[in-house]
Write a protein that binds this ligand. Sequence first.
Ligand SMILES: NC(=O)c1ccc[n+]([C@@H]2O[C@H](COP(=O)([O-])OP(=O)(O)OC[C@H]3O[C@@H](n4cnc5c(N)ncnc54)[C@H](OP(=O)(O)O)[C@@H]3O)[C@@H](O)[C@H]2O)c1
Length: 345
Amino acid sequence: LNLSLALVGFGNVAREFSRFLLSRREWLMRERGLGFEVVAIATKSRGSLMSEEGLDLERALKLREESGTLLGYGPESTDLSTPEIIGGCGAELMVELTTLDIGSGRPATDHVRAALGAGMSVVTVNKGPVAFAYDELSSLARSRGVHFRFEGTVMDGAPVFSLVERALPGCEVTGIRGLLNTTTNLVLGEMARGASMDEAIGEARRRGVTEEDPSMDIDGWDAAAKIAALANVLMGAGTNPRMVDRAGIRGISTGDALEAAGRGMKHKLIASAERSGGAVRTSVRPELVEPDDPFWSVNGTSSAVTLKTDLMGELTIVERNPTLAQTAYAVFSDMLLIADALDAK
Ligand SMILES: NC(=O)c1ccc[n+]([C@@H]2O[C@H](COP(=O)([O-])OP(=O)(O)OC[C@H]3O[C@@H](n4cnc5c(N)ncnc54)[C@H](OP(=O)(O)O)[C@@H]3O)[C@@H](O)[C@H]2O)c1
């Protein structure tokens, strides 16, 4: 199979994925019989490229890294808008790696809808489409006979969705409990050592895990988007981040954190999904955990999720201190699963 790819977004994750692809080009051909061609790269403000014959990904990467833009690549430069590129590039797989708008999930959801509608399979690590429109997009993919995968949306490269899909056939997920937001985990850990919330947020910034405006993390929006994505896919919740019963960590003081530490406990921001009657209730709220809790030793930038199941009891997946490489791996592994499915047709 020679897979044609469109990269929508060419930021940190997309460039790490591109380096990954280039470094594994021979492995992909040797081990999987898979070649690839990038036929489009779209950005918001740094120029976009499109070519039916395929672009030189190495050159595009070098240009972006040296000049900060894709302008100057050559006649493959295009002024077309992102939706026009998605509609016109003829790729078999769109890799959607644009910026997240946590309040609406757009424009990523629009990009995914357009690609699936045009008969392209899609990989994304953007939480928006899965958190806001999973039911619509997955049925659109089914009706068009294409594939929609999103492993990196919740825990970077740690397999959560594919674990349930591939390794737990016939097993129902009855509940989810997650420690899913890195910034708050780091901040609460620093506060339990006596730092103020502002000092702890400063530390999270220094370590590059939070944005200039940390409110999406501190107020629980990021965790809400992640639990909405998990509950939609694994429990059929049909929810979105705005419907999650959400409380962040602003109500916790350094005094509270020190007092909990004195009693041998830790505050953690816990995201949950539970079935209640016919509906799935989702929440994000700080909880006190004790040393026998599986999340007790998940500290710093690590994250974890426990899946409660009918046949396999509770399974906990821990991802320790992920980097950009794990997120790029999520895209890579999803791409391989889609390539296998296309090959089997
Ligand atoms: N970084 C991580 O470790 C990580 C981990 C898990 C998930 N994610 C998710 O991965 C996604 C990408 O993250 P990132 O760190 O790579 O972000 P980033 O470096 O800010 O890159 C985002 C890219 O999307 C482009 N873009 C934005 N709107 C667009 C539009 N309408 N059309 C075309 N391109 C558009 C931007 O264009 P310009 O270059 O012109 O700005 C940029 O190239 C986000 O959804 C993020 O939440 C990231």
